[in-house]
Design a protein around this ligand. Structure first.
Ligand SMILES: [Zn+2]
Length: 321
C-alpha cells in the first residue's frame, strides 16, 4: 500500500484533461491508496527549464479573490473524484483511494484567517504555505539550479499566525516550496512534526526546491517526514529534465540519502504525479510496484512498509489528533 505526499490530478481534471500518471480506475491495483491531493491555483507561466544552470522568473502573487474563486472550483473538482476524503488515518484502506484535501499555496485563506475554520469543516487537512511565489504568509523559492533555497524573507506575522492556527485545528503545515528562512520560522513556530510533502535532498540535486542537510536534521528532530519527489529535475545531480535517461535508481538514491541522514522513519513518497515530469522508467502509478520492488532489494519488509505508508500515517495521526 502506497500513501503519497503529492499529486496534481485535481488541476488536470479542472483543466478538463485526464490524469497522465494517475488513472483512478487502475491505481488501487498498483497499490496506490491515495494521499495528498493538491488544490493548486496555477501561475500564468508554467513550463520546464530548458537546460542547466537556470533561474526561472519569480511567479507573480495571486490576489485573494482570484485564488478563492479558483480554489472553490478545484474543491468541487476534487469532490467529484471517486475517492474518499480523509478525516483521520483510519480512512486509509488497502484497495481503496483516499484523498487528503490539500491547498498548495495558502492564497485562498484570508490573511486574517477568517475562513480557515470553515475550510477545516469542509475537509481541509493540509496546507502548503506557499507555491513558488510570494503570498500574504510567506515566500516560495523561485525555481533555480544550482542554488541555495535561501532566496528571500521568512514568514510574515500572518504566516506565523497561520501556522499556529493550523496546529490548533489539526491541519498539517507543508514546507515544500517554502524558502529557507520561512522554513526556519515554521520550525520555531510549529509544535507539530515538520513535513515536506514533495522535496528531495539538496546534497544530491542542488535545486532551490530541495532540502539542505540542516533542514533534513530539523525535520528528523521534529519527528517529521520528507516525501521523495519523483520530478526528474529535482532528482538528477545535473538538474536536467531528461526523463528518458532517468531510472528508478535516481529515486532510490534520494531514499537512501534521506534514510542515512534522518533515519528510515522520516522518509516517504511525494510523487508529484500529474504535476511534474517523472522518470520514463516509472511512468506513473502503474510503475509503483517496480519502485517498491527496488526498495525491497535494499530494505527489510517493515522498513519498506514505513517508507510506502507507515511514516505518513504516523505523522498524519500526530498532526490531526
Ligand atoms: Zn509542488
Amino acid at each position: 500500500m502506497v500513501i503519497d505526499g503529492h499529486n496534481d490530478l485535481v488541476l488536470k481534471r479542472w483543466r478538463g484533461e485526464p490524469g497522465k500518471h494517475i488513472d483512478l480506475e487502475t491505481a488501487a491495483e498498483a497499490g496506490f491508496a491515495g494521499g495528498f491531493f493538491a488544490m493548486y491555483v496555477p501561475s500564468r507561466f508554467d513550463g520546464d527549464p530548458p537546460s542547466t544552470p537556470y533561474r526561472m522568473p519569480f511567479a507573480a502573487a495571486i490576489p485573494f479573490d482570484e485564488a478563492a474563486r479558483i480554489t472553490e472550483e478545484l474543491f468541487e473538482t476534487l469532490c467529484a473524484l471517486p475517492v474518499r476524503r480523509a478525516q483521520s488515518v483510519e480512512d486509509f484502506r488497502e484497495g481503496a483511494i483516499t484523498a487528503i484535501v490539500h491547498m498548495e499555496g495558502a492564497e485562498a485563506i484570508a490573511d486574517d484567517l477568517s475562513n480557515l475554520q470553515d475550510w477545516y469543516e469542509r475537509g481541509l487537512r493540509s496546507i502548503g504555505l506557499v507555491w513558488s511565489r510570494p503570498n500574504a504568509f510567506a515566500q516560495g523559492v523561485p525555481f533555480a539550479f544550482p542554488s541555495s533555497p535561501d532566496t528571500g524573507p521568512g514568514l510574515t506575522d500572518a504566516g506565523r499566525s497561520l501556522v499556529r492556527a493550523c496546529n490548533e485545528l489539526g491541519i498539517l503545515v507543508d514546507v515544500s516550496h517554502l524558502n529557507e528562512r520561512g522554513f526556519w520560522d515554521v520550525v520555531e513556530t510549529s509544535d507539530r512534526p515538520i513535513v515536506a510533502t514533495h522535496s528531495n535532498a539538496h546534497a544530491l540535486c542542488a535545486s532551490t526546491r530541495n532540502l539542505t542537510d540542516a533542514q533534513l536534521d530539523a525535520i528528523r528532530d521534529s519527528g517529521g517526514v520528507v516525501g521523495v519527489n519523483f520530478a526528474v529535475t529535482f532528482l538528477r545531480e545535473d538538474g536536467m529534465n531528461d526523463f528518458e535517461a532517468t531510472g528508478l535508481d535516481e529515486i532510490v538514491r534520494h531514499v537512501d540519502y534521506l534514510a542515512d541522514r534522518m533515519g528510515i522513519d522520516h522518509v516517504a513518497f511525494g510523487s508529484d504525479f500529474d504535476g511534474a515530469v517523472v522518470p520514463a522508467a516509472l511512468g506513473g502509478v502503474a510503475g509503483l510496484p517496480r519502485l517498491v520492488d527496488a526498495l525491497r532489494r535494499r530494505y527489510e519488509p517493515d522498513e519498506v512498509d514505513r517508507i510506502t505508508h507507515g511514516n505518513w500515517l504516523r505523522v498524519l495521526d500526530a498532526t490531526w489528533r
